[in-house]
Design a protein around this ligand. Sequence first.
Ligand SMILES: [Zn+2]
Length: 302
Amino acid sequence: MIRTVLGDVSIEEVSGAYLHEHLIIDSLIVKSEMPHIFLESVSDAISEVKECIPAGVNLLVDCMPGESGRDIEKLRDISRNSGVHIVAATGMHNPKYYEKSSRYLSAGREELTKIFVSEISERCGIIKIHSLGETLNPFERELFAAAVAAQILTGAPIITHCEEGKGALAQISELQKLGADLKRIVLSHTDKYPDHKYHQEILSTGINVEYDQSLRQSESTDRPSLELTVAMCGAGFTKQIMLGTDGARRTLWKSLGGSPGLSWLAIGWRQLLAEAGLTEADLSVIFRDNPRRFLRLSDIRL
Ligand SMILES: [Zn+2]
């Protein structure tokens, strides 16, 4: 089963999934300091998300954890009224999204583990964590330890944020030290640093990646994320690759007058991947089979 905001769904129900979405980012900090990613409207999200369904996408992972702009009730509303399954995240994002008084900023690993486990038992289906540099700072190491502990207790998948695409190898070595199962973890944004050798090294460890820069390359003839995806599939890593839009910017949403819209990943980009040599079978693995396998709550004990 996959845990969504409206309940658990069988993996067979997933026809296609986006792994790193931002449907609601609603907080005072974002509203005042980062208005370009302030997304508070349920109705805008419903119309944006509905366009993904004819393109075969019926599950989206929202990547804002608690207190960083997440609103589970709004996500439920969007899911109910669009027919798209939504997985919400527990975990912790970049500290810049949190109020200074937030319990997340002062919590140690045990408290964080408790929060993550309790949120998964209620409504969340994935654990989001982050690191911001080439190496992990002491707080980030506590966070990673908490996420791995919560994963062992709940069977939930983990998604990480790699700032500017970097730091993936440091994250992997920390996760290995913690004894984590790398097959149950996906790295985000690594295609912001599309060096093929770096990606070979990442994928050789068995960890998953979700490439999420496609919407930002829609107008360009230079498409490093496209070349990277095709190259990594060619190198035998198709089963470790998933896709998302990281569509937090209002300028990317069609319903807000932007372009190319969230559905473009499953339409335009998918077409470009096919033209660049990926087979229909490869594309089904990337859009459907990998997310089904990865998002499943394994050995759930709650
Ligand atoms: Zn994001």
